[in-house]
Design a protein around this ligand. Sequence first.
Ligand code: PBG
Length: 323
Amino acid sequence: MYQRPRRNRKSAAIRGMVEETNLSVSHLIYPLFVAENPNEKSEIISMPGIFRWGTEKVLAEIEECIELGIQNFVLFPVVPEKYKTKRGEYSADENNFYLKVATEIKKRFPEIALMSDVALDPYSTDGHDGIVENGIILNDETLPVLANMSLAQAQAGFDIIGPSDMMDGRIRAIREILDDNSYDQTSIMAYSAKYASAFYGPFRDALDSTPKSGDKKSYQMNPANKKEAILEAILDVEEGADFLMVKPALSYLDVIHVLSENFVLPITAYNVSGEYAMVKAASEKGWLNYDATMQETLLSMRRAGANAILTYHAKDFAQLHKK
Ligand code: PBG
């Protein structure tokens, strides 16, 4: 035998030397759910260790995460029913608690990268990402709503706008309104290949945003398709995206890989709520080792080609590496 691959695995030093993929806290983006009631802290049952944070409590939580080395955050609003409407006007309302807390966060922690969520579902009585009429999602009528929401978020101080809605043409609509209002330095992270996935269940519990009727298959992608992800990515690049995202991550590593091989823009993987719940639940039962499994899944996303990873594991990962 001239080739014995095991020689390159014989000690930790050599294994370190030949390691092909690295993963560190700087790659991670931590999602936080914010609620209107300032002192709320309520755990999401299907996501152990993840909380809905009130607008006051979230500041302390971010501070704690920064001390652990986390620099990137994405905020999702838990919108009370009383603010929900068919067209989600609250999303750009000047009294919107989500916008106000973003301003406060950026004032207190100017160095972090703060990302938003753009879609109608948290604000909509229908629980869909676009405007619904007679059971149909109205694409073009939704675009100005998404654009106005994005502008309000840019004005509030978000560094990165995160459209998760999957309407056609929304990246262009958002880029145009931002540029027209001198927000040419506000970035867009496009949820380019977002699949109609069963793995979003715990997130919809967290936000109480399950669609009132129907499903999201007329706008989110079919899990059977990969070429279509390339089309979505081409459009998002042309329309002005700064990052391309694949969501979910674990069952879609091939999609992350094909985009990272074919596009110059950075690729983000969204390690979604259901993926987090699986690892947590199995480790709570003692069936998986949490730390090892969590790190292996995150590493696999980096190996597939993701630059950044949105993950609910970020704080656990940061804690583990602080030690
Ligand atoms: C909605 C949105 C969803 C997620 C992020 N933004 C749910 C959905 O599309 O129904 C899911 C994230 C997760 O599961 O962690 N615009």
